[in-house]
Structures are given as C-alpha cells and as structure tokens.
Design a protein around this ligand. Sequence first.
Ligand code: 4NP
Length: 183
Amino acid sequence: MASTNPDNVQTANSFSVLFVCLGNICRSPAAEGVFRYLVKERSLDSKFYIDSAGTINYHEGGPADPRMRAAAKGRGVEITSISRPIRPSDFRDFDLILAMDKQNREDILEAFERWRHRETLPADADKKVRLMCSYCKKHDETEVPDPYYGGPQGFEKVLDLLEDACESLLESIVAEDSRILDS
Ligand code: 4NP
C-alpha cells in the first residue's frame, strides 16, 4: 500500500528537511512554505517531512511576521508555521538542515558541538548543515539576507532567492534519494 503523509508526519521513509534562520518568523518559515508548495505541486507530500526553526527562542510560539506572510501569499504560498528554536533531536530527525545565512550556520554548528556531548546524536550530523543559497542556480548571492529591519523589497528578495533554491533543492533530492526514486 502506498504510504501517505497528509499531515506532514515523519516516517522512516520520508526525506526530512529543516529550514533554519535567526528568529524563525521570516526567512525559514518562508522557505518551509515555498518548499512545501513545490512538493505539493509535484504530488510528493507523502515523501517529505518539512519543518523550520530559529537559532534563538525569542519568538517561540508566535506566527510568522505578517509582512513575510503577506509577501508569500502574493505568490500563492501560505505560511502557517509557529516559531520554535532548534533542538538537539533535530540533528537526529532531519536529513538536511538548511541555514539561511553564514551566522545561522555557525550558530547551528555551535549548538551541535554543545549538544553532542550530552545527547546521543549522530557523530557526523554537522554534515547535514548546508547554506540555503548553495542550491541557488539563478542568483549569485551566498546568503538569504535578513529582511526584518528593512522595507517590503527585502521580503520579495527573500522569496526570489528561496524560490530559486527550493526548486533546485527539490530537483537534487528527487534525483539522488532512493526513498523518492524507489517508491
Ligand atoms: P528571521 O528574521 O531570522 O528571518 O526570522 C528575524 C526575525 C526576528 C529578528 C531578527 C531577524 N529579531 O531581531 O527579533
């Protein structure tokens, strides 16, 4: 019987992706929304487990920034995620952890170094951490810039970069991962 994943439930067969920024109210919820949109468009919902998190807990329990939600909605993308900080189990639970900027990546790796001594975590979980823009094909930027203190064009720029990165991220997973290929 084909497996289904209607509620974004993690299964042994799902490929799991965690998007991470600072506050988990602008960039990573938008990345989660854009990636979820593309996955759904290709009817691959049952194969993926998708989430986002922040490196700080300041906005924990709150919805995404209304400016980010409005900009995404303008492109047909719903952002529904609730902010949460990254946690030790993320290094076990996710196949890929995508940092929006270099500071995020450094903070994620520092958290891993702290946690790996008191939790049972995969020794090589640091290899799961990549920069989001490393997947960009149409843009030269190396980081997704923080739009929080800027104007509306900053939120559009974030979405431009995320659409580019998410498209090739999905392409690369579909091309390389046996869980997607074999089912
Ligand atoms: P994000 O943006 O990391 O893309 O969610 C920010 C959200 C909140 C803050 C900074 C950036 N803040 O300073 O509270």
